[in-house]
Design a protein around this ligand. Structure first.
Ligand SMILES: [Cu+2]
Length: 457
């Protein structure tokens, strides 16, 4: 739901280039506020040039007002409480009630005016990443403008010259401000809605936080050892699925504002990278992929035809990025026999738990968590635990959905006989290379014993 409140910054006595005068402040466009972390329906453009709107994963698009042919937006930089996933909230900084901020959607050739009100305790600015604009609108504190002091409103104005995939973020105390979640998506649609048209167009940013178990505020000095890897400041299972109709042409646009690269991987389909934050990729320069690496500060638009019904994983391929917060200093214990040890330690340390002697799967493992802490891997699927959290979601491809239906259709109903299952019949004999010596008795016994095990019921 979009709440609305307007900001009248009448208290300010304003001086300096770019600042809104007292008279101007009275006519600021309202600044809608989003109170939900759920994916909102695409915003159909109520005025201006027509376009096919995007869907922001666990986010929303900022409404605008049209004034004398100019699209006017109002961003409010402010502290927010973001639900990372059910059971965990974080004290972040963002825009208009959420972090990331709302997606801004405009059309190639639009003149755009963006008011930015700073309700943070320190100065900020907004850089429009990838835009071709007058230098003084580029939002680099100290280089192209003074910082926007707390309580002040600045105005940015430029023409969105090129269609494409962009983002916005501060260039002001940026290590702190981006570590706190100051960022948002920007899409400039083609002037001709038939150009680069797709049926469903999803957008989100990659971000990362370091929030100690039991606490709420990111540690902003962390350089590399983050413990929450998120799509649009949500961790699986808090990330909504991407729901598409079978045979839809689908675009997914992803921008990376973390401190490391992310190879994003789609199951069940082959895609092409069709755009970057530099523009569209010429068809002759595209090649098929199932994973594409997105470096820090890069954006990628991938496209494919969703021709395979099912629930297909879409995730970062760095396995630690599909995990939620927990100490990564836990020693590897695979193959270590703990039997009896836990009992002895429990006499000294009540509640002690042995981890990982058979691997790390957490399914069925119970342990008390500090408040406001997500289990390390928590997703539940129709067949049990998914052993994943973090940067993970599901592309749900279904037949017969309505054009604008993004509702979660539930789990995929697999056709009879198409799900991997336990084998209970005879095992084939172990293959041997041609000319290899006959199996030693011990190997033969192992095979036989295996086979017998499967016969016991
Ligand atoms: Cu990653």
């Amino acid at each position: 739901m979009t709440d609305r409140r307007s900001f009248l910054t009448g208290a300010a006595t304003l001086i300096g280039a770019g600042m809104v005068t007292k008279a101007g402040a009275a006519s600021l466009p309202e600044a809608p506020v989003q109170s939900s972390a759920a994916t909102q329906a695409p915003l159909m453009p109520p005025n201006g040039r027509p376009y096919n709107p995007v869907v922001t994963l666990n986010g929303w698009t900022l409404p605008w007002r049209m004034k004398d042919g100019v699209k006017e937006f109002h961003l409010v930089a402010e502290p927010v409480v973001r639900e990372i996933a059910p059971g965990m909230t974080a004290n972040l900084w963002g825009y208009n009630g959420q972090s990331p901020g709302p997606t801004i959607e405009v059309v190639e050739g639009d003149r755009v005016r963006i008011f930015v009100t700073n309700k943070l305790p320190e100065h900020t600015s907004v850089h429009w990443h990838g835009q071709r604009l007058p230098n003084g609108m580029d939002g680099v504190t100290g280089l192209t403008q003074p910082g926007i002091a707390p309580g002040k409103t600045f105005v940015y104005e430029f023409v969105a010259r090129h269609a494409g995939t962009f983002m916005y973020h501060p260039h002001a105390d940026e290590m702190a401000q981006m570590a706190m979640g100051m960022m948002g998506f920007w899409v400039t649609h083609p002037r001709d809605p038939k150009l680069h048209a797709v049926d469903r167009d999803f957008v989100f940013l990659l971000n990362a936080y370091d929030i100690d178990p039991g606490s709420y505020t990111p540690k902003i000095n962390t350089m590399t050892d983050f413990n929450l890897w998120t799509f649009n400041s949500r961790a699986f299972p808090g990330i909504d699925p991407m729901v598409v109709r079978k045979d839809d042409r689908v675009r997914i646009r992803v921008g990376n504002l973390t401190m490391t690269n992310h190879p994003v991987h789609l199951h069940g389909h082959t895609f092409e990278v069709t755009g970057t934050d530099g523009g569209w990729v010429r068809p002759a320069a595209r090649w098929p992929e199932v994973t594409t690496d997105i470096a820090v500060g890069q954006m990628r638009a991938i496209e494919f035809v969703a021709d395979a019904p099912g629930d297909w994983a879409f995730h970062c391929h760095k396995s630690h990025h599909t995990m939620n917060a927990m100490g990564h200093s836990v020693p590897t214990m695979i193959g270590v026999d703990h039997s009896g040890v836990a009992e002895k330690i429990n006499n000294l340390v009540p509640g002690y738990m042995v981890m990982g002697d058979k691997g790390g799967a957490m399914d069925g493992m119970q342990m008390p968590l500090p408040e406001n802490t997500l289990p390390m891997m928590t997703g539940q699927g129709p067949f049990g635990g998914l052993d994943m959290g973090g940067m993970f979601t599901v592309l749900k491809v279904r037949e017969g959905l309505a054009r604008n239906d993004y509702k979660d259709p539930g789990w995929y109903q697999h056709p009879q006989g198409t799900v991997a299952h336990e084998w209970t019949g005879d095992l084939p004999p172990a293959p041997r290379a041609p000319g290899a010596p006959p199996a030693k008795p011990s190997e033969a016994m192992d095979v036989k014993r295996d086979g017998e095990m499967h016969h016991h019921h």
